[in-house]
Structures are given as C-alpha cells and as structure tokens.
Design a protein around this ligand. Structure first.
Ligand SMILES: Cc1cc2nc3c(=O)[nH]c(=O)nc-3n(C[C@H](O)[C@H](O)[C@H](O)COP(=O)(O)O)c2cc1C
Length: 409
C-alpha cells in the first residue's frame, strides 16, 4: 500500500473522489472476496485448475489450518510509526518480504494474466517468478518487470537438458535476477477436479465445458482480446504456435525431479542467485546447501502435488534450523494475508510468497486485481506489525508465539 493511492483510507463505493484502490479495498477487502468473484467470472475448468489440489484436497486445507493455528503475542506501548517493510534479498531491495510464486498455465483462469501480475509486481516492487509452463514467453514478460523478474524451471531431461539449459540462457539474457528449480513434481499428480473437467492433453471440451465458456462473457472477451493461452516458452523447441503441439511438448518433455548432480550442473552455469523449490525435509535442504544454492524455497506446491505432504509452514522451523543462515529461506503454500507473511517471518522465513490470490485478483477485476492483491498484502503486513508492536521485521522474528503444528524430524 502506498500513501499515494490512499488505500489506507476506507471510503464508500462510489464516494466522490474515491480512488479506484479505495473502492476495491472496500468491496474486496480479502482474498476470499476476490476468489468468490473470480469463480463467477471464469469457466469452471479454469477456476478449478487454479483453485483445486491433489486428491481429496486435504493438503490444500492443511496449509490453511496450520497457518490459522499459529498465535502471535503482541507487545503494546511501542511506537511503530517509523516501521519499514523493505527487505534485501539476494542483493536487491524489495518493498516487502513477500512475492509471487510461479504458476504454470494460470492463464486458463484469465487469458494473459502473467503480464498483469508482472506489471503489478514491478509497481509494488515485489519479486515475481514466471513459470516455464506459463502462457507467456520469458522475453515478453521480463521487460514488464525489470527490477523484480525471476524465472522457474521444471526438468527437461531430453538431449542432456537441452531445453532447460536454453531456457536458463534466455532467462539470463532477459535479465532474470534468480532461477528457481522445482523438485516437488517427480511424477504427475492426480487432481480430480481437472479429471472431471476433461483437462488433459489433448483437451477435449465436452458440452458442459462449452456451456461454461458461453456463460463466462468477461473471460471470453479476455480470450478474444489476448488470444488462447499456450506454452509460449516452448515455441522455439516445437517450431510451432499450435496449442496442441506445445501442450504435447510439455507433456512429453517435462519429467522427473532434478537429481542433486543435475542441480549442481545448473549451479555451475547459472551465476546469479539459484533456488530449489518444493523442499519439505531438512535433509533435502542440507543437500541443496551442499550443492551451493542461494535459496531454499519451502513449499508443498499449494497442496497440488502430494496430498499427504505437511503444511510447509509446519516444516519451516526445522529447515531454517538446518540451513542455519547458509542460504535464504522462502516459504509458500496457503498464504492469504499479510498476517500470514508475518507468521512466516516469525517462524524463520526470509520471505513468504503466494500464488493463487494473484490469479483470483486478476480473474475478479482484470489487471487492477493484481495490484489490489499486492496492495492488500502490503497494507496487512504493516497492520500486523503495528498490531504486534514490531518496529522492524527483525523484531517480528522474536515475538512470543505458539506453533502447535511444528514438525520435528
Ligand atoms: C495454477 C497453478 C500453477 C502452478 N504451476 C507451478 C509451476 O509451473 N511451477 C511451480 O514450481 N509451481 C507451480 N505452482 C505452485 C506455486 O508456485 C506455489 O507453490 C503455490 O501456488 C503456493 O500456494 P498458494 O497458491 O496457496 O499460495 C502452481 C500453482 C498454481 C495454483
């Protein structure tokens, strides 16, 4: 939130002189408000793809339950008026300890949303991670977020990782500040909502799908304006813009989880900050540190991969203890407010990222929605710190607290 957009001053809907940010703050004060509106504007297959999780989705719910269970004890009679939320991460300054997680094909929920989120992240000055399987190419998105652009890569083992190394090179050329290698998808997962909606390659829309598109005019207009989402990053390797051919490439070529030897090879070639994403065990964090990564990205993929995985917040303290300052530690999965970000700081994270809220925001409100989500988190981080009597982020890390779900290894 900035004083400039006045998002801190509640105003009425339609109040004369109220800024758009003020109106949004009043009408959509929480991520849940945005989610509900998104659900009413997006065809079911697109909404379910983003909103859903693995199996019975108990992993998605567990992330929330674990965060909600964390209690923080405030200190009063403290002057917090001068507090700053800025952080240094890998040698760069960001506005706050939170960022946007990589989300592949989230443009199914809103065509072209990567560009909207990138622009909002740049304006808010928070890290934005573009997924390799996103609907928009590295070269198109990086210039929209020059100060905050990171890139995520899955494993493309064919031809000695030719496609992966080439995307790494393209990301470097485009100015990515950090590379994120995701390891938590060793095999494909099973998401029942996607199966029910016929989300497979090749995509075979049934009558229900056609009906849900026909009854989503805002989404359909975005599709006409911005084109059908496709895996743009793979066009050089497929030699085609055909959606089916690109999806087929993704399906065929992305496979397995990186081995530590492979991560070491990326480490050798990538001279900027390198993170490994999807770490849930302290021993894996230790291996990652051993091969020289700069950041451990603690995540259970938002409950989308292994339904039985622990909430990432519950394994965070053990991982922070294991890493012992040798790498930065970032966490995501289930973060829905600035208060959650502060909870994550208290449990030792250097920063907390979030995924789905940005999709809900854009799907609900168009481009403004991404900025609104960033503003909401920034405001709530400040509010949480003020409520807790923490004058700095470091003070937030020493608050008294209770964390009933903390996992011991
Ligand atoms: C639609 C969608 C697509 C995703 N695609 C990727 C991906 O391509 N690579 C990746 O590392 N993580 C991916 N993730 C996981 C996110 O990076 C992140 O870990 C997760 O969304 C965090 O949970 P949250 O959405 O509850 O904040 C995806 C998540 C969603 C919701």
């Amino acid at each position: 939130m900035s004083a400039k957009n006045g998002a801190g001053t509640p105003q009425g809907w339609g109040h004369v002189g109220a800024t758009r940010a003020q109106v949004l703050r009043r009408r959509f004060p929480t991520v849940d408000d945005l989610r509900l509106r998104a659900r009413s504007r997006v065809p079911q297959f697109g909404f379910d793809f983003v909103d859903g999780g693995a199996g019975g989705e108990t992993g998605v719910a567990r992330n929330r339950q674990a965060l909600d269970a964390i209690e923080l004890v405030p200190r009063y009679c403290v002057d917090t008026s001068g507090l700053s939320t800025q952080i240094e991460l890998f040698g760069r300054t960001y506005a706050a300890p939170f960022g946007v997680s990589p989300m592949g094909m989230a443009s199914l929920a809103w065509p072209g949303l990567e560009a909207d989120i990138a622009v909002a992240a740049q304006a808010a000055r928070i890290p934005f991670v573009l997924a390799c399987v996103s609907g928009a190419a590295i070269e198109r998105i990086a210039p929209l977020a020059p100060d905050v652009f990171w890139f995520q890569l899955y494993r493309f083992p064919k031809d000695d990782h030719a496609a992966g190394f080439d995307m790494m090179r393209r990301a470097e050329q485009a100015g990515a500040h950090a590379l994120v290698l995701t390891v938590d998808s060793p095999v494909r997962t099973k998401r029942p909502r996607d199966l029910r909606n016929g989300m497979m390659v090749p995509f075979r829309p049934d009558l229900r799908t056609i009906w849900s598109v026909a009854t989503s005019p805002h989404w359909f207009r975005a599709l006409l304006q911005r084109g059908t989402p496709r895996f743009e990053n793979f066009e050089p390797y497929v030699g085609s813009q055909n959606v089916g051919a690109l999806a087929g490439f993704a399906q065929r070529e992305i496979s397995g989880a990186y081995t530590w030897e492979e991560i070491a090879r990326f480490r050798d070639r990538w001279k900027r900050p390198l993170l490994v994403k999807g770490i849930l065990h302290p021993q894996d964090a230790a291996e990652a540190v051993k091969v020289g990564v700069d950041g451990i990205y603690v995540s259970n993929h938002g409950g989308r991969q292994l339904e039985a995985a622990p909430a990432s917040i519950d394994v965070l303290p053990a991982i922070v203890a294991e890493v012992a300052g040798r790498a930065k530690v970032i966490v995501d999965s289930g973060m829905r407010s600035g208060l959650d970000v502060v909870r994550a700081l208290r449990l030792g994270a250097d920063a907390a990222f979030t995924g789905r809220p940005f999709v809900y925001g854009v799907a609900a409100l168009g481009a403004d929605g991404a900025r609104h989500v960033a503003d909401m988190f920034l405001e709530e981080i400040r509010l949480a710190l003020g409520q807790l009597g923490a004058r700095t982020l470091d003070e937030a890390r020493t608050l008294a607290m209770r964390h009933p779900g903390a996992m011991r290894f």
